[in-house]
Write a protein that binds this ligand. Structure first.
Ligand code: SF4
Ligand code: SF4
Length: 132
């Protein structure tokens, strides 16, 4: 049976958690993160979020998401966009997306080859066995 490890293994390089902004959190993300952190929403918002014109993102410290410290410190409560990375469905649509994501993520096993990568990814998506 194919497993995620056949096509992806996170090196914890942190590239996807670095930058001057982070992904945004939708309402479900916000609720989940508050629950996982076990704090009042107001505390989570003040401590961890940057809210700009109604858009909620995570704060950035030292050029990376506030939760990044040799891995994600809010793994179970991370936003869905974080959970989806790097096995994004756009890979299945265009090989260029596969290569461009692989350039940003050393965990992608390009040596598997595009066709085989897509076959495994489709199977995992169908079984909802994708998690980073
Ligand atoms: S998902 Fe990719 S870019 Fe992000 S930490 Fe893992 S290997 Fe690095
Ligand atoms: S929530 Fe976790 S996975 Fe998402 S950017 Fe922050 S540290 Fe990275």
């Amino acid at each position: 049976m194919d497993t995620v490890e056949k096509i992806f293994s996170c090196t914890r390089c942190g590239y996807c958690c670095h930058g001057e902004t982070t992904v945004s959190l939708d309402k479900d993300d916000q609720t989940r993160m508050v629950e996982v952190l076990g704090e009042e929403r107001e505390v989570v918002e003040k401590t961890f979020w940057r809210v700009t014109a109604g858009v909620v993102q995570m704060k950035v410290t030292d050029g990376h998401c506030i939760f990044f410290d040799d891995g994600c410190k809010v793994h179970k409560g991370r936003p869905w966009r974080c959970a989806q990375w790097p096995l994004h469905p756009s890979i299945l649509i265009d090989e260029n997306n596969f290569h461009s994501i692989a350039e940003s993520c050393p965990g992608i096993k390009v040596e598997v080859g595009y066709a085989e990568f897509c076959r495994v990814l489709k199977g995992l998506m169908a079984k909802s066995k994708i998690s980073c």
